[in-house]
Design a protein around this ligand. Structure first.
Ligand code: FE2
Length: 468
């Protein structure tokens, strides 16, 4: 037999969870095995019928779940190259990847362990932001909740919910995310689901502003929201049937950063030690992200092995560790945070849509000029951060701009200004206004940007200037 292409469980899962239209999964196990549990979307076929299927794949790749004997018996496979073998997929089931079938009537599997009666649980992954989305449900009433859904994978999640015959009743966000846009608003539009996030987020469009200790129900099964601030002031951990969905408060062998969105290392330490680590040690930790291929942990393991937060680390150790991290801004922060404050629906009243370069949102001279009307109507503030003598020099200043010099004057201004106001910073060449933009972001402004090239570029483009 010629060696056929093989894909391992992870490879198949990565394609299945991100680009399922590229593949067709043919499950050649017995009908009873298939009915008991199978990969959602897989087709149960007989080896005799496989050749017909391979002829009609139109460029897609077939993934075969079959025994070596079945493969050896199918001599015609020699003539085809549009398939790959995946063994009998035990590892898919053992690793707790999404499954469907009769098994969900009574229990679901995670790493081969029965998790309790009547629960449906799926861990889903969005590869661009390395975000985990969780589907939890009560198998009796079929009521389901999605935790941290991502806008890019909304179709996948809705399809899985439909395939499992579930009714989505809640969409929960563990916090206001900076690295991806939530699908909460979109899912609410397309289902009966209610959206929920911490009341601290002050999201007007949310259905349920969650408070510490608040309980929601899937059938008779309880989801408890526990405030675990520190990564952001809006962070909540959701408890459900022995599982803790910790968002970015506690990651596997790590934790979320604490340097923006009202983060606080002291608060995060307290949240983890006084709340999450007080849960039973067998509680399974499901984080909001993982970048190293982990899928879950337990309270016990994190108490022992989390390098930043294990029980021998003092609060002072932790605060120092976090202050020494030098992290770049998340790529999507200026898009994601404002969108997520509007339930993930992008139009949030923002006039200009900056590009982010090196962590700084930027707009061009042309963009600013074409929004002169918005400046005039005070929908956008133009803040010129140069020194007073520069404001009226040969480069002049832009009509409607206000002089607030970088340094103490700007700091005072930012401390009192509305953090939701849309501000474009301007200077001579774009350097100081870039600093001003960063400063504003660190103080929690959500709609600020730097005008690239400053007044030099403005003059080069022969845009009109004023001098008093
Ligand atoms: Fe986060």
């Amino acid at each position: 037999m010629k060696p056929y292409a093989q894909l391992n469980c992870e490879q198949v899962y990565n394609v299945w969870s991100t680009d399922p239209d590229q593949i067709e999964i043919y499950d050649l196990r017995s009908q009873s095995d298939f009915e008991h549990m199978h990969i959602p979307g897989a087709k149960n076929i007989l080896i005799e019928n496989l050749e017909d299927q391979l002829k009609n794949l139109n460029g897609r790749l077939a993934i075969l779940i079959a025994s070596p004997e079945q493969i050896a018996s199918a001599k015609y496979l020699n003539q085809y190259s549009n398939f790959a073998l995946m063994g009998e997929c035990h590892r898919w089931f053992e690793e707790g990847r999404p499954t469907t079938g009769l098994q969900i009537q009574s229990h679901s599997y995670f790493k081969g362990v029965t998790m309790g009666q009547g629960i449906i649980f799926h861990q889903l992954f969005e590869h661009e932001s390395s975000t985990y989305t969780y589907l939890i449900a009560d198998s009796e009433t079929k009521e389901a909740a999605l935790i941290d859904p991502v806008i890019e994978t909304v179709e996948r999640d809705l399809k899985l919910i439909a395939e499992l015959g579930l009714k989505l009743v809640y969409v929960l966000d563990t916090h206001i995310h900076a690295d991806h846009i939530t699908a909460a608003g979109e899912l609410r539009k397309r289902s009966q689901a209610k959206t929920a996030v911490s009341f601290e987020a002050e999201v007007n469009c949310v259905d349920i502003p969650l408070e510490d200790g608040q309980e929601l129900f899937l059938g008779k099964k309880k989801i408890t929201a526990i405030a675990t601030p520190g990564h952001t002031n809006t962070c909540m951990t959701f408890l459900f049937e022995g599982m803790a969905f910790t968002g970015d408060a506690l990651l596997i062998r790590g934790c979320g950063r604490t340097d923006f969105q009202q983060g606080s290392s002291e608060k995060l330490y307290d949240s983890v030690h006084n709340k999450i680590f007080q849960l039973p040690e067998t509680t399974i930790i499901y984080p909001g992200h993982d970048y190293r291929g982990h899928t879950s942990s337990t309270v016990f393991q994190e108490k022992q092995y989390n390098p930043r937060l294990n029980v021998s680390q003092t609060k002072a150790d932790f605060v120092r560790t976090m202050s020494e991290l030098k992290l770049a801004q998340p790529k999507k922060i200026h898009e994601a945070v404002p969108a997520n404050l509007g339930c993930g629906l992008i139009s949030n009243g923002r006039v200009m849509h900056p590009q982010v370069a090196d962590g700084i949102p930027e707009v061009s001279v042309e963009d600013v000029y074409s929004h002169a009307e918005a400046v005039k109507n005070k929908k956008i503030q133009l803040i010129d951060v140069r020194r007073p003598e520069e404001f009226n020099n040969e480069l002049g200043h832009i009509q409607g701009s206000v002089l607030v010099t970088l340094g103490e004057e700007l700091t005072n201004f930012l401390q009192t200004a509305d953090k939701n106001s849309e501000i474009i910073f301007v200077c001579r060449s774009g350097g100081r206004s870039g600093q001003a933009t960063m400063q504003s972001i660190q103080l929690g402004f959500k709609k600020t940007a730097n005008m690239v090239g400053g007044m030099i570029r403005w003059n080069e483009k022969k845009q009109p200037v004023e001098r008093n």
